[in-house]
Design a protein around this ligand. Structure first.
Ligand code: IFM
Length: 463
């Protein structure tokens, strides 16, 4: 590989890993008492997912996890970040644990530990039990309480072996992609409801951290993962500058201000006063949401450029929380991934530096996801060559190292993803894996990036 894909030395104790999520890889949706999630319902409704794909089989990880753990071992990652499917543990979102679901994750954790790979568990990567959605889902405070009960059940069963606990993955997507933009489950476009969901997700995070800390056995550490964007104005025009502030509110500040700063975002009333009275808030919620964190997970894929444009429905009754008179634009000169996302690694260092400057006293940061989809194909020799992905990861590691050199406390990097998998509304058409999955026969074929990542980690550890 060229010097462009050389990676600078990271600290010796820097943690290297890969990430996945339950619904994207497991399949086996009817097995061992698993209940339905909002993604089962959403993906089976016509028109929601490209080509009508769904997660019924996915990568069949539920049955093939020993093979996948062997891939992790051979890759040489120190940690593996996966998520637990809430409907496997509480099929209806409440009540006692379904032991077969817990047993599955217990077997996975044991297999990982035997392979010398540290398990890093995420409790919620978007698969809300459908039964809870039918009672209002995250619009209701009760779902936050149910989430804390579920967290306590999983932690009780696995807290003796799993030390890293992430409550939520990317609450922006649950609240706004799912309930304001409508591209994700449950697929609605709401104003007040989406803001209530964002709030109750954070309340659920706070309650879950409290519940797990109260029964902590020893080494467990607790945190949350946010997908944050380095938001920039599309031009120097003051209208675009204020559009960027609104987009920053939607993508970042809704979550970072209360969770990291202990304040509500200053501009929220101005932006959303016509669609919500914020009546879902209680006096002590801020303190609840701002639990001390042992780590902050940051998922970063690309920056966002905001242009002022009249996108909001003039009638507030029909306006979703994402209609904030902003259009996303991408500088035409930038390369893009197969998702259409611009490649601009400096966005990662800029975002991390800004977080550090703005909130001070941050918990240690882990990049819990970063990676790219490209149009991978198996060549005539049976191999998958993906030089663009290698260049993408290398460039982001360079940007990360720059941020660390400027003082940001980053302790680890997790590549998204171990396997090609169900990419939500895009189905199986977008491939993010270091390992190619042939969806005809579910064969796993490590891509060139898998070997590059392995060799890079070996080099970091001194060969
Ligand atoms: O596949 C997703 C993942 O589930 C959450 N973060 C972004 C990834 C790529 O879109």
């Amino acid at each position: 590989m060229s010097s462009e894909t050389d990676v600078q030395k990271f600290p010796d104790d820097f943690e290297w890993g890969v990430s996945t999520a339950a619904y994207q890889i497991e399949g086996a949706v009817h097995e061992d008492g698993r209940g339905r999630s909002i993604w089962d319902v959403f993906s089976h409704a016509p028109g929601n997912v490209a080509r009508g794909d769904n997660g019924d089989v996915a990568c069949d990880h539920y049955h093939r996890f020993p093979e996948d753990v062997a891939l992790l071992r051979d890759l040489g990652v120190g940690s593996y970040r996966f998520s637990v499917a809430w409907p496997r543990i509480q099929p209806e979102g409440r009540g006692p644990a379904e032991h077969r679901g817990l047993d599955f994750y217990g077997r996975l954790v044991d297999e990982l530990l035997d392979a010398g790979v540290e398990p890093w568990l995420t409790l919620y990567h978007w698969d809300l039990p459908q039964a809870l959605e039918e009672r209002g889902g995250w619009r209701n405070r009760d779902t936050a309480r149910r989430f804390a009960d579920y967290a306590a059940l999983v932690h009780d069963a696995l807290g003796d072996r799993v030390t890293r606990w992430t409550t939520l993955n990317e609450p922006f997507c649950s609240a706004f992609l799912g309930m304001a933009i409508g591209e994700h489950a449950p697929g609605v476009r709401e104003g007040h409801g989406a803001l209530a969901a964002a709030h109750h997700l954070m309340v659920g995070h706070g309650l879950a951290v409290q519940a797990m800390r109260a029964q902590r056995r020893g080494e467990e550490r607790f945190g949350i993962t946010l997908n944050l964007s380095d938001v920039r104005p599309a031009s120097a025009d003051p209208a675009d500058r204020s559009a960027a502030e609104r987009l920053d509110l939607l993508h970042n500040r809704v979550f970072t201000d209360p969770i990291l700063g202990g304040v509500w975002p200053a501009s929220e009333r101005e932006v959303w006063s016509e669609i919500s009275d914020f009546g879902f808030r209680r006096a002590d919620d801020l303190a609840l949401i701002r639990q001390p964190l042992d780590f902050l997970g940051v998922n970063f894929y690309c920056p966002a450029w905001a242009k002022s444009a009249p996108t909001a429905d003039p009638d507030p009754a029909h306006r979703s929380a994402a209609e904030i008179d902003v259009e996303y634009v991408v500088p035409p000169e930038l390369p893009r991934t197969a998702m259409g996302w611009p490649v601009e690694p400096e966005g990662m260092s800029g975002l991390l530096r800004r977080l550090d400057e703005e909130y001070g006293e941050l918990p240690p940061i882990y990049i819990t996801e970063n990676g790219a989809a490209y149009r991978d194909e198996i060549d005539a020799t049976g191999a998958v060559s993906d030089p663009e992905r290698i260049a993408f990861i290398a460039a982001h590691l360079t940007a990360l190292r720059t941020a660390m050199a400027k003082g940001v406390d980053v302790r680890g990097y997790f590549c998204w993803s171990l396997l090609d998998n169900f990419e939500w509304a895009y189905g199986y058409a977008k491939r993010f894996g270091l390992v190619y999955v042939d969806y005809e026969d579910l064969r796993r074929i490590p891509k060139a990036s898998y070997y590059w990542y392995r060799d890079m980690m070996r080099a970091q550890r001194g060969g």
